[in-house]
Design a binder for this molecule. Sequence first.
Ligand code: NZQ
Ligand code: ZN
Length: 379
Amino acid sequence: MENFTAYNPTKLHFGKNIIEKLGETTLEFGKRVLLIYGKGSVQKNGIYDKVMNQLKSVNAEVVEYSGIKSNPLVEDVSEAAQIGKLNNIDLIVAVGGGSVIDSAKIVALSIANNTDPWAIMKYKSKPETTIPLIAVLTLAATGTEMNGAAVLQNPETKEKIGYVSPLNYPKHSFLDPEFTYSVPKNYTAYGVTDLIAHALEAYFGEGEASLSDRFVEVIIKEAMEYGPLVLKDPENYEYRANIMWAATTALNGLTSYGRKNGDWGVHDIGHNISYLYDTAHGATLSIAYPAWLKLHKNRIPKKITKLGNQLFGTNSADETIKGLESFFKSIYCPIKLSDIGIEENKKQEIVNQMLKNKINGMAHEFSDDDRRKIVDLMM
Ligand code: NZQ
Ligand code: ZN
């Protein structure tokens, strides 16, 4: 086991009607709130009204920034930061999925340090402080509600990249599984795939960490049991709750303690596909993971076999890969680029993107030849 520091400062409030504590919680930080949300789902499903009622109940002064898109853009973050600065806000309340909460993390840093958001994302400026962020999660997938990561894309540099900092942890996160009842089937399934992928990125990281490996295996079992059930019965509280908590634990540190690092090569592949075709994050991962495992099955056969043994009771790397592919298919996630309409004629474009951005994993590095092979394996 590697040395490690366990650190997670987010206070996570989980359960039915938990939003009723939001108003009083904001008072810890002040009255001037920048409310950030996406393209309107929160207005349709009533979550916006519940949040506003809470903010009104403590006489908060609210300014809004809405319209954050899925696979969020740095230009939205810049605009939201301008609004926040002009209004001298005390805190941010972000209501949405990963795209909204990730954007809010960088808005907070950009305001507090008076810095360009992309300079932060590229680690060119070194933020020293931030504005308090409260997250109201509406989609179970990314783990952003309890971690220090944020992912944004920039059309000018043709990149979708992540930025990790201890300053990024939300001060509080509110998770009501009922808030996820309205998530459409496709995004519900992508969320299940995303949480499985987070657990796997840890599993295939560097360093032996026996208990963390077991956490990974049970989190994936939980996702494989309740994922299909939640798709059949989207308003079942227990199913939604189990998936929501599994998604948080898949990327809040639990699966990583005792390792030097995770791998994250599959996420790098996925981000580049999302960048090119605006593909939903989870959909890129159900395509990239089987390809990555095929590339690595003769390099790390024991670990891939162990995973399949724990998940499916199988005894070879090939069977592990088949098991995962069948699971992704069973929840209607794509496992090939052609499943999402990306055909051979796009192959060179994807290879060029992978080579230009030098996609890589931390534990298992890619050569340029690997970058080409992985694209072949996804076609
Ligand atoms: O924009 P709105 O109208 O809100 O609609 C969203 C969006 O269309 C909708 N939605 C969210 N909650 C809903 C809902 N629709 C109905 N009912 C609800 N309750 O769902 C769509 C997808 O939302 P989005 O936030 O994009 O999804 P997700 O939570 O999967 O976030 C994806 C983003 O997070 C990044 C991804 O790369 C991607 O940009 N990630 C962030 C990570 C992190 N911070 O730790 C780690 C992940 O690996 C990932 O990279
Ligand atoms: Zn992910």
